[in-house]
Design a protein around this ligand. Structure first.
Ligand SMILES: Cc1cc2nc3c(=O)[nH]c(=O)nc-3n(C[C@H](O)[C@H](O)[C@H](O)COP(=O)(O)O)c2cc1C
Length: 282
């Protein structure tokens, strides 16, 4: 069986989320049970605007397309906050997923999120939960981080990240770089997420196999049942029922197939049978 695929997908203007994404990749590779691919989300701002914002040059990482999302078993999605919510670039990617929504292509895929904010209380958590409707509408499974690292209880230094996902505090002017604590939390998130994706993939493979076995068993039961109900095939000629008696059986199968003609005919046959019984017990 091929390994499940985890896509680490990020958008980053100044590079903080890109740096964090590398720790998520490292962590996701740790258990050795998933393949990991790194992508970035396409820019929607003009060169001119980016220059005025002093944006960092884009890293040499392939861009994700909406269609490509369907190839992942799990997605770790990272982005910097914009007024406590996701940036337009991420929204643009998801606004292009109408076809995937219609075909339920993302249904059941796991998603974890990671973030960056300028300030300590700038909205890492609100950025996570305001993105949840996208996941809900696609039927995707949100995998929160919880508190798997002692760094998350450290109140002596500024540490990004929360139960919603790992994170970086970039500083109001973007001058802070991800700390080793933030990177460690991100690595743990990658690892935990890979474990969840692996378990879900194993579970769905088991379910597929069980379903295949069940439908094979059902098919052979049906063949056996059809044989036993077909007197011409299974009963000796002298024991075969007269055509009139076997009519209800034929009717029942046709009615089960949902034809209204068969249903009408079944009603007629029942009336005939009732009349027969009445006559016999007179
Ligand atoms: C339009 C805009 C809105 C922003 N809104 C917030 C905000 O609500 N809270 C906050 O802490 N930082 C805010 N920031 C700062 C960014 O989150 C910060 O630049 C980012 O986390 C850096 O990540 P990056 O290097 O990956 O781009 C905003 C930045 C921009 C450009």
């Amino acid at each position: 069986m091929a390994k499940p695929k985890v896509f680490v997908i990020y958008y980053s203007t100044y590079g903080h989320v890109h740096t964090l994404s590398q720790s998520l990749v490292k962590g996701a590779l740790k258990p050795g049970t998933v393949d990991v691919e790194l992508y970035q989300i396409a820019e929607t701002l003009s060169e001119d605007t980016l220059e005025k914002m002093h944006a960092a040059p884009k890293a040499n990482v392939p861009e994700i397309t909406a269609d490509k999302l369907a190839d992942a078993d799990g997605i770790l999605l990272g982005f910097p906050t914009r007024f406590g919510t996701a940036p337009a670039q991420v929204k643009a990617l998801f606004d292009a997923t109408g076809k995937l929504w219609a075909s339920k292509a993302l249904q059941g895929k796991s998603v974890g999120m990671f973030f960056s904010t300028g300030s300590q209380h700038g909205g890492q958590e609100s950025t996570a939960y305001t993105f949840l409707p996208h996941l809900a509408h696609h039927g995707m499974i949100y995998v929160p981080l919880g508190y798997p690292s002692a760094h998350m209880f450290d109140n002596d230094t500024i540490v990004g990240g929360s139960a919603w996902g790992s994170g970086v505090i970039a500083g109001p002017d973007g001058s802070l770089q991800p700390t080793y604590k933030e990177l460690e939390i991100a690595e743990i998130q990658g690892e935990k997420f890979a474990q969840v994706v692996t378990k879900l993939a194993a579970g769905s493979e088991q379910k597929d196999n069980a379903e295949k076995q069940q439908s094979a068993a059902k098919a052979s039961e049906n063949v056996a049942a059809a044989d036993s109900q077909n007197p011409a095939a299974s009963a000796p000629a002298q024991l075969a029922k007269p055509a009139a008696d076997s009519a209800p059986q034929a009717d029942a199968s046709a009615a089960a197939a949902g034809t209204s003609a068969a249903a009408k005919e079944k009603g007629g046959t029942m009336r005939k049978l009732v009349a027969k019984f009445k006559k016999a017990f007179k």
